[in-house]
Ligand binder design. Sequence first.
Ligand code: FAD
Length: 134
Amino acid sequence: MTTLHVGGPARYFVDAQTETEVRDALDYAAQRRLPLFVLGGGSNLLVADEGWPGLVLKISLLGVEFEFEKDNTLFYAGAGEGWDDLVAMTVSKNCGGIECMSGIPGTVGGTPVQNVGAVRKSRKPSQKSGRWIL
Ligand SMILES: Cc1cc2nc3c(=O)[nH]c(=O)nc-3n(C[C@H](O)[C@H](O)[C@H](O)COP(=O)(O)OP(=O)(O)OC[C@H]3O[C@@H](n4cnc5c(N)ncnc54)[C@H](O)[C@@H]3O)c2cc1C
């Protein structure tokens, strides 16, 4: 589940592919008072040998849409999309802004949480909004 491939198991694991599955998993954990861990691509995680005593919720929400707005193009990407895939798509649409963050592993959802940046540039100026479930 992580790119380092080390660490112990999760007591419960959900691979959520819809928002409903995300909400159901959150309710499940809340009702049982389980410690929750939200997992993206696992590229910035080191899991202990003891594993995780509660629920690991992997976010696999997919889908990218874009729309044109005056001089800009807006991209709406699911949190489970690969960040580098999104960067490649913006470049293929001839859009500038996040191209210097090409090659960074992880998911779209992990990017704002991790405040990803590269070459002294952050994704922040290019992000207009985000929809948070958690
Ligand atoms: C080879 C390599 C190169 C890298 N280069 C860079 C770099 O140049 N710049 C840079 O900034 N980082 C870099 N990183 C770090 C890594 O790419 C980022 O931290 C990335 O954002 C991690 O995303 P992830 O989806 O894999 O998150 P994970 O590793 O799965 O999770 C990391 C944290 O984010 C949280 N999280 C993940 N997804 C979500 C979500 N959908 N909702 C809520 N919380 C979430 C997790 O709970 C956890 O706390 C690099 C990592 C590697 C291995």
